[in-house]
Design a protein around this ligand. Sequence first.
Ligand code: GN1
Ligand code: MG
Length: 364
Amino acid sequence: MAQMNDIVSRFAIHGTVKDVCPLGNGLINTTYRVNTVEADAPDYVLQNVNNAIFPDVDLLMNNIVAVTSHIRHGLEVKGTTDIDRKVLTFIPLKDDASKYYYFDGEKYWRIMVFIKDTTTQTAVTPETSRIVGETFGNFQASLADLPQQLGETIVNFHNIEFRLQQLADAVEADAVGRVKLVHPLLDEIQKRAEHMCLSEELHRQGKLPKRICHCDTKVDNILFDSDGSVLCVIDLDTVMPSYVFSDYGDFLRSAANFVAEDDPHYDRVGFNMEIFRAFTEGYLKSARVFLTPVEIENLPYAAALFPYMQLVRFLMDYINGDTYFKTQYPEHNLVRATNQYYLLKSVEAHTPEMQAFIKEQLEK
Ligand code: GN1
Ligand code: MG
């Protein structure tokens, strides 16, 4: 507690700290709530940033402050009310107003204002999927005119060529002798490799831009007001330049699978078109104003790219001996990889239907 108070005291917060207690159950960062004594001072959220996953906290916080300041400015220009509930507010250090994190010699800390009386939702339904689509489309739209260049908080995070190279390296090293167990999956990956690298190819040809994306598009990364309306997008650590496919494809990968990504009942794995339609409708509603024809045309490709990329990442981790994703049993990463392979097959089977639906939406 004394140590926490010392950390909090480095930041230019209002009010006097009453107590600091654990908040939420995030898997990556550790989070605390800081309650203040005064009724007119806000409470705060204190977070310890996971430096093992995010090696460059300085770059990460520069990104976040650029993004939240820009969204705030946009809301001010529009004359929006209650702005402090509609964008996250990070607090600078007391003795350096340009710095938004504190390094205590071991850990990196940051503080933001706690937004009261909010709810989050975890259930994926067509209704929430439509809202997520529209909200993340709005999020991308609101950052389309961000003047600063942002850095990649995880370099090459969604670069499929890079992921395939990592997989090839893992196979080459065969650190724990598992390669002999995974030849069929490696073949399936290889068959699709050229097509799946389309995003990088289009980018090299100057036909596919990088935009500021969230890169962790999930329903539980949105704060809702007590009346159910959307307040803001949270969990901004992976906000970085990427293809819009990241936000579109990664949501569908996790939300439109009929089962969890590690479900070993492969016959139950499949792509839920109802979720696809709702999410796509919401996304196009807010994003079609800035999306290019190439981006729109390749949304079904994005829906396939993310199960494919996750298949590659899970399989690579299995081959490496489970060094990245937390596992509960020895075959866990192999089960996840196989699950993603079946999801990919289902997405592929639905591609013509997806294309027809998107075409229909654009004609509306
Ligand atoms: C990780 O921790 P979580 O679930 O938000 C991973 C994502 C993967 C996901 C697969 C930084 O995200 O890229 O899609 O696991 N995040 C990172 O479950 O690697
Ligand atoms: Mg996350």
